[in-house]
Design a protein around this ligand. Sequence first.
Ligand code: GTQ
Ligand code: FE2
Length: 346
Amino acid sequence: MNAPTKTEDQFHQLIHQNHMWGLWEIASQMTPHPRPEAIAHQWKWSLLREVVKQSATAVPVGDERRAMQLFNPGLNGQWATTNTLIAAVQVLLPGEIARAHRHSPAAIRFIIEGGGAYTAVEGEKVLMYPGDFVLTPSWQWHDHGNETKETIVWMDGLDVPLTKALNAIFFEMGKEQRAQETKPVNGSKALYGHGTLAPTWTKMRESERPRFSPLMLYSWEQTAEALHGLRSHDGSPYEGICLEYTNPQTGGPVMPTMSCRVQMIRKGEKLKPRRVTGSSVFHVVQGKGRSVIEGKTFDWEKGDIIALPSWAQHAHSNAGSEDAILFSISDRPVLETLGFYREQTE
Ligand code: GTQ
Ligand code: FE2
């Protein structure tokens, strides 16, 4: 290009000073494909375990939870594990209570270790054991309590960065430490946890139904049985035996902003590479394996947490002698709803 003329320079000054930019100056932001600032990153359990251990004495559960938020190294200190999702590791010691509150971001829990503590969701105590998957949908009151003798550790997943980007964060602290118990313990599982058998007397018109699953607890027992029952199937060449946790009333994702999945990558299985729009966070439930993400190798084992940005090419494999199981959350329902979902294979 020729050197800018004086009038051209003056023109740029004029528009910049008045909060305008020429499209010709910023057009490189219209990239041929997504170029996330978030990077693929792994938090190893060997590290998380040490952090969990030290957190018990280093910090109390005050008005805020003892939850270590996993910040993506590419996102400059933002409260975000990917552009849309935050993952955290939360620790609750025997006798502790994490005060009731509610917020517009939706949350999920996946229990890592310790059992019998509860999350009370909108008046229903949900008992948590390893491998259980628990919902705290948008704007539902929730407190956590540990009346057992063992420490409980779980992974949190929330759509906080997405909610922030939409300027839709609301938060309210409970007046009481614990919300009123108004429903039977594990009541949503009794009502909605039987797959194809649904109660007729609680059935709502579609227009009155909440946007989230009525089932708050997806037990590990059922998850493991489903995975193992399908072990001899071909499964997906990209995901192996991969199951989505669904809303029993719709068959859709558990919440409008997050899809949650569990997948078995069988011993000796080598899955094919793929990219998809939307970001995810993976947690290793069982076994060992390897993910190659944009050419970088991540060897993982039980307890690890891995951030996968949008459009990053990824391939999972398991060269070990034990089946591996991954739990994951993603923002896929948002991309699908808005018409932005795409995938690309070799
Ligand atoms: O347990 O309610 O990791 O509100 C972040 C925000 C956990 C929770 C987090 C939360 C919670
Ligand atoms: Fe919360």
